[in-house]
Every structure is written in structure tokens, then in C-alpha cells.
Design a protein around this ligand. Structure first.
Ligand SMILES: Nc1ncnc2c1ncn2[C@@H]1O[C@H](COP(=O)(O)OP(=O)(O)OP(=O)(O)O)[C@@H](O)[C@H]1O
Ligand SMILES: [Mg+2]
Length: 347
């Protein structure tokens, strides 16, 4: 039985527990020494209730996509568990991490992904209709007529027309291509979709259209989303809850408005202070917290807090350099992993 954490209300569709992914780098041919271990995801846990959107934010390389790929078992996690329930009901929970290849094939119908770069994720030699139909051909026993009808229906759902089925990816704009990516993800009636930076490659005006489409589809089909982005403005627009990642770990997690209003981790405070707000007067008054240095390498990360080298507090504290902070519950909905957490308004 899955235990429901006290801070989550509603049925849990996705539950991630202590997820770890290490990449072993091969030995160096010239020295014979081991290349080390990339600690890409280090003990990540969270739940997503049915019909909600969980945001996963953080700088490039912090482990967002690796987390997503482990959840969908596109790559094998090193350890930890991922459980999934199509409708959030306890009796339908399946352990994704131990599922057989046949069970995984069935699961993939319910768990889908939309990628950042729609052009790279579409086959340039296939028409859009064939690309979408391929999903139906491989995963269902629908006959040709039903598949064609379904392709038209899917194109309509994402705001495209039936004549678009005969065209090739290069004939579409970026926003339209992302709509095709969404149509393909929807083809098998999934209940959960990972959106991995789905609008990062698009112009701001087009971003809004795709985000609106995703919100509309979520409403109509009770979809549950894991929404990966490095853009906090997008998080604020689409997410219910948000987890902030730094170097493979979740450093803070909270309902989205609370995270913006009362960030507690110095890293979150820096991110929020850098996110633009739609009030020019307020925007001018704000002080941006600038982080020094670069994100350290995830190869053999330091002891203690992973944020210590860039933290305004941690550099001076022995505890931060020796003891790894655990994600601690603050008030039932807000968790932070910091030895010296402090609410600081930066909006
Ligand atoms: N196959 C791999 N082999 C070795 N290291 C890898 C592999 N895939 C990812 N990594 C490393 O794991 C870390 C996390 O990568 P990941 O792609 O998950 O980051 P991300 O948060 O999605 O970044 P971005 O915002 O740039 O997409 C990075 O340091 C990356 O270099
Ligand atoms: Mg990524």
C-alpha cells in the first residue's frame, strides 16, 4: 500500500521515492583510472496528485530530465522507486521500477512525454499523420480507418487541421510542431504527461498558446503533469506545486504561490529574485540576489550541502560543509533542505 504524505490531498497518480541515478563514467584510457560517478539524481522524492501539475525547476544539468527519464524508465534508475496509478486509486498502483517489459509497454500508454525540441523529436521523413498514427499502429489493434479518424481527432484537439496530416515537420512553425508533439503524446489517452521544457524553444507569444493548450487538455482529460522548466515565470503560470532542484537534489518544495511568497532556501531565493514580475514599478525596486560561481560538477559532489560553494551562508558554516541537510517539513506543505532556512521575501 502506498502511504500518502500528509501535505498532499487527493489521489496520488505518481509517487517517487528516494530516486537515485548515477552515471558511471568509463575509465580513462590514458591513465587507466576510473572516470568517476556522475551523481545526476540523488535521493529525490515527491508525489503528484491527480489532475495537478508539479513543476521541477533548476539550472541546466541539475538532473531534471534524468529524473523524468527514470520515472518513465527510459533509463534504469540506480535505486529508489516510482509507483504510478492511472486514476490515482490505491488498487491501481503499479511499481514502474520493477515492471516487466510487457507491463512497461502497457504503462507507457498511460505515461507520456513531450520534449523541448519538437523538431528533433519528430522524424523529418515522416508526415505528421504517419508520426501520430505510428503510435496507434504500434500500441493498439485499431484498424486503418479508426486510426485515420483518431489522427484527425487528435490534430483537432491540439488546434491543427486534418489537412496538416499530409505535411512534413519542416512545413510547420515551432509552436505548431510542439502541438504535433502534444498530439502524439495524447494519442493513447494517457493520464500522466511529462512536459520536459515544452516551451523553452518557443517565442514568448507562442509559449502562451502552447501553455494554454496544455492547461485546456489537462482540464478536459484530467491529466496529471510533471512540468520541467528552468523558467520560474512559466512555473508560476502553470504549476500547482513546485520542487526546486540543485545538483541532483530537491532543495525546496511547496505549493507554487508559497514558494514565491516565502522562499526559504538561499538558492530558491536567488532564483525567485531573478524571475521577472509583471509589475514594472515593483520590478525596479527589487534587489536581485546574485549567486557567485558556477554550478559545481556532479562528478563526486562535495560532502555536506551541495549548495555550499555558492551559498551566502554556507561558506562560513562548518555544518554546511560536513553534514548533508535533509528535506525537512516546515508546515505540512512546505519542505526545505537547509541547515539555516529563513523566510525571505524577494518578490
Ligand atoms: N548518459 C549520461 N552519461 C553521463 N552523464 C550524464 C548522462 N545524462 C546526463 N548526464 C549528466 O547528468 C546531469 C544531469 O543532467 P540532466 O540532463 O538531467 O539535467 P537537466 O536538469 O535536464 O539540464 P537541462 O536544463 O540542461 O536540460 C548532468 O551533469 C549531465 O551531464
Ligand atoms: Mg533537461
Amino acid at each position: 500500500m502506498q502511504t500518502k504524505p500528509q501535505n498532499i490531498s487527493g489521489d496520488i497518480v505518481l509517487s517517487v521515492r528516494h530516486l537515485v541515478k548515477n552515471f558511471n563514467l568509463g575509465s580513462r584510457w590514458f591513465s587507466g583510472k576510473s572516470g568517476g560517478v556522475v551523481s545526476a539524481v540523488a535521493d529525490v522524492s515527491f508525489d503528484i496528485p491527480r489532475g495537478k501539475t508539479m513543476g521541477l525547476v533548476g539550472e541546466s544539468g541539475c538532473g531534471k530530465s534524468t529524473t523524468a527519464r527514470c520515472i518513465l524508465r527510459l533509463i534504469e534508475p540506480t535505486s529508489g522507486s516510482v509507483t504510478f496509478s492511472t486514476d490515482g486509486r490505491a488498487e491501481n498502483i503499479v511499481d514502474v521500477t520493477t515492471a516487466s517489459s510487457e507491463a512497461l509497454r502497457r504503462l507507457r500508454q498511460s505515461m507520456q512525454i513531450v520534449f523541448q525540441d519538437p523538431f528533433a523529436s519528430l522524424n523529418p521523413r515522416m508526415t505528421v499523420g504517419d508520426t501520430i498514427e505510428e503510435m496507434l499502429l504500434v500500441n493498439t489493434d485499431m484498424d486503418r480507418t479508426s486510426r485515420t479518424t483518431r489522427v484527425v481527432e487528435l490534430l483537432d484537439l491540439v488546434g491543427l487541421e486534418s489537412m496538416h496530416a499530409k505535411r512534413f515537420p519542416h512545413e510547420f512553425s515551432g509552436g505548431q510542431r510542439q502541438r504535433i508533439g502534444v498530439a502524439r503524446a495524447l494519442a493513447l489517452n494517457p493520464s500522466f504527461i511529462v512536459c520536459d521544457e515544452p516551451v523553452s524553444a518557443l517565442d514568448v507569444s507562442i509559449q502562451a498558446q502552447v501553455l494554454n493548450l496544455l492547461a485546456e487538455l489537462q482540464e478536459n482529460f484530467s491529466l496529471t503533469y510533471l512540468f520541467i522548466t528552468h523558467d520560474l515565470a512559466v512555473v508560476r503560470q502553470v504549476c500547482d506545486d513546485v520542487a526546486v532542484m540543485y545538483l541532483g537534489k530537491i532543495v525546496e518544495q511547496s505549493p507554487v504561490e508559497k514558494l514565491f511568497a516565502e522562499p526559504m532556501h538561499p538558492y530558491t531565493q536567488a532564483l525567485v529574485s531573478a524571475a521577472p514580475i509583471p509589475n514594472p514599478a515593483k520590478q525596479r525596486e527589487r534587489t536581485r540576489i546574485l549567486l557567485e560561481g558556477d554550478v559545481p560538477s556532479p562528478i563526486n559532489p562535495p560532502d555536506g550541502c551541495r549548495f555550499q560553494s555558492r551559498c551566502p551562508i554556507g561558506k562560513a558554516e562548518v555544518k554546511c560543509r560536513s553534514v548533508e541537510p535533509r528535506l525537512i517539513d516546515v508546515d505540512g506543505v512546505h519542505q526545505v533542505a537547509c541547515h539555516f532556512p529563513e523566510v525571505r521575501s524577494v518578490l
